[in-house]
Structure formats: C-alpha cells, structure tokens
Ligand binder design. Structure first.
Ligand SMILES: [Zn+2]
Length: 121
C-alpha cells in the first residue's frame, strides 16, 4: 500500500462495522437525529483518530472535517458515547463509544475494524 487512499478505496461503515454502525444508527434515530442515522452506514471508515496514540475515536470522515458540534450518544439517559459532526451537521465525522458493552459491542471494536480494514492491502 502506497500513498493516500482515495475515499472509494476505504470500506463503508456498514461493511467494516455492521454491528457497531447499526447500533449507533439506532441510538441516533431514537434521539431524533434521523439524518445522521441514515448517513452513517454509507460513510467510509477512516481508521483511528491520529490525534494521540490510542485515541478511542473512529474517523468516519477525513481528519479535520469536524465542525464544533458534538452529539452525546445516550440510551435511557445513560451516556454510551459521543460523536463529532460536520459543520453542516449532516454527518458524523468521528465517533467514540465510552460504554460499548451496553450496546453488546466488544471494547476492542475499533482495533478489530482497523485489523480487518488493512488485511487486504
Ligand atoms: Zn483523537
């Protein structure tokens, strides 16, 4: 693998993280963020946020495309994660699950996604 991947080479969220994507979309939908819920599965997986080693945010847009808005992901008033949104607030740009186990998602979900997104290259 050399150089930059054009976005079309990156896996869609629904392909690389079907369970996680479905769960986050369900939370967004339930919270009234229907546009964000419907856009997320078609977005690309850009890997781990590189801001610091071991950052727990998954990028769903190129780094630096976040606006100032954040969406707190909640189930029954309990915070299970958070997401940044684009300046037009139409798409999630990165997402972190602080309590993935509440969703039945393993805590290693991001590591697993990165491993499976790079093994074909
Ligand atoms: Zn980060």
């Amino acid at each position: 693998m050399t150089g930059l991947n054009p976005p079309d080479d990156l896996p869609a969220m629904a392909v690389i993280l079907p369970e996680v994507t479905a769960q986050i979309a369900a939370v967004l939908h339930q919270m009234g963020y229907r546009d964000l819920a419907e856009t997320l599965p078609c977005q690309r997986f850009y890997g781990r946020c590189p801001c610091k080693p071991g950052c727990t945010f998954a990028l769903t847009a190129p780094q630096g495309s976040s606006g100032t808005g954040m969406v707190r992901l909640e189930i029954d008033g309990q915070t299970i994660g958070q997401a940044s949104v684009s300046p037009d607030r139409r798409a999630i740009t990165d997402v972190e699950l602080t309590d993935p186990q509440t969703l039945g998602i393993p805590t290693t979900w991001l590591d697993q996604a990165i491993a499976s997104s790079t093994k074909d290259h």
